[in-house]
Design a protein around this ligand. Structure first.
Ligand code: ADP
Length: 407
């Protein structure tokens, strides 16, 4: 079966066509600048690629272009859209509605619940729903499956996901820990077990998805029992431009005291913007959000970059160690995403000095690995330390096939 995976954002729609016979990507692309002007980047694996301007007034037109790119011209990879067996949609937030992937019904129940999550995922819920609608219009006879970033975390126990705020407020605003990056944590935990040739339900793991956004999960025999992102993807270690978990009173100090030039106070949205886009290692380092820049400047003696990098490693270590305690030990540490896969020095800093207490040790030579599945633990390490490239699209395709087959 060939599965089309769609990731619809507010102004972009990324897609991959995957052949599930061998789990190989046949083609991938991105419709960018939707609602502004429009650029299509498209690559047919083994055939070639194009980048072309297109008018993308909305997601419906972008979806039509996706299907055209796959079926017409020199770079066509299928003759007809009927060759697509199912469509998997990446959905950022499932709220309290979805604990697992579901088939999208034609009556619109699933779509309206995704839209109802807009207070929890203001930037993503409506574009995600628009993407599904547009694809269902273009491919009405194919199963469409919604795969949620939050679903893998729905197994987190109440004592780990409840916030200690008045219950009526938590209920009114659906406030609890939902986490994010669930599809990635699930994928790498399964891949790590496969690599170790052990059933996932025998392993205690801590998975570190470290990219521009970073989250860490505790996975007890395949089941997620805690994760560092919270109600939103702002919690956890500091990130590229996000502040991570901070004393919540800082928010009220800013609201009560910080003023615009005209004396008006900052709105909640403005403070949210500061915490999401102007904070993190970017703020501490004085303008670097990319970990490659951070590392290079820290190595060159820049103290602010060194501080930001040290803070990141410190906070990741702290969260990882807490998760090892709640798991009652650990068999496997997994590093994934941009920094996790390509940042040996960051991996080394996070795992530094953990042999005597946790039996975790990285081998410096094995750690010299970039974007490849590999064991980097030393020969005496009692814990496997792995680099596992993530593949969220493939995980979405696998879930889509499973749900489509079930239906
Ligand atoms: P996103 O959260 O946007 O998906 P990614 O997972 O792509 O982010 O990660 C992006 C981060 O990975 C950037 O900070 C980038 O600097 C970092 N990265 C990529 N290659 C390297 C490298 N060789 N060394 C250190 N960091 C790297």
């Amino acid at each position: 079966m060939k599965i089309l995976v769609i990731n619809a954002g507010s102004s972009s729609l990324k897609y991959q066509l995957i052949d599930m016979e061998n789990e190989a990507v046949i083609a991938r692309g991105n419709c960018d600048r939707i609602g502004i002007d429009g650029v299509l980047s498209y690559k047919a694996v083994g055939k070639g690629e194009i980048k072309r301007e297109y008018p993308f007034p909305d997601h419906t037109v972008a979806t039509r272009t996706v299907l055209e790119s796959l079926t017409t011209g020199d770079l066509a990879v299928i003759q007809d859209i009927s060759e697509i067996g199912a469509v998997g949609h990446r959905i950022v937030h499932g709220g309290n509605y979805f604990m697992e992937s579901v088939r999208v019904d034609k009556q619109g129940d699933v779509i309206s619940k995704i839209e109802a999550c807009k207070t929890l995922a203001p930037l993503h819920a409506l574009p995600n729903a628009a993407g599904i609608r547009a694809c269902m219009d273009a491919m009405p006879n194919v199963p469409h499956v919604a795969v949620f970033d939050t679903a893998f975390h729905s197994t987190i126990p109440d004592y780990a996901k409840t916030y200690a705020l008045p219950t009526d407020l938590c209920e009114k605003y659906s406030i609890k820990k939902y986490g994010a990056h669930g599809t990635s944590h699930k994928f790498v935990s399964r891949k790590a077990a496969e690599f170790l040739n052990r059933p996932v339900n025998e392993l205690k793991m801590v998975t570190l998805h470290l990219g521009n956004g970073s989250s860490i999960s505790a996975i007890d025999r395949g089941i997620c029992v805690d994760t560092s992102m919270g109600l939103t993807p702002l919690a956890g270690p500091l990130m590229g431009t996000r502040c991570g978990s901070i004393d919540p009173a800082i928010v009220t100090v800013l609201m009560d005291n910080e003023r615009h030039a005209d004396g008006t106070p900052l709105t909640g949205m403005e403070i949210n913007n500061i915490m999401n886009k102007k904070s993190g290692v970017y703020a501490v380092s004085g303008g670097y959000s990319d970990f490659r820049d951070l590392e290079a400047h820290a190595a060159g003696g820049d103290k602010r970059c060194a501080l930001a990098w040290n803070m990141f490693a410190y906070q990741c270590k702290q969260i990882m160690a807490g998760y090892i305690a709640i798991l009652g030990g650990v068999d496997t540490i997994v590093f994934t995403a941009g920094v996790g896969e390509n940042g040996p020095n960051t991996r080394a800093k996070i795992c530094d000095n953990l042999y005597d207490c946790f039996g975790i040790e990285i081998d410096p030579e094995k750690n010299d690995v970039y974007g490849k599945l590999a064991e980097i633990g030393s020969s005496r390490s009692k814990v496997h330390v792995l680099v596992v490239p993530t593949n969220e699209e493939l995980m979405i395709a696998r879930e889509t096939m499973e749900v489509a087959d079930r239906a």
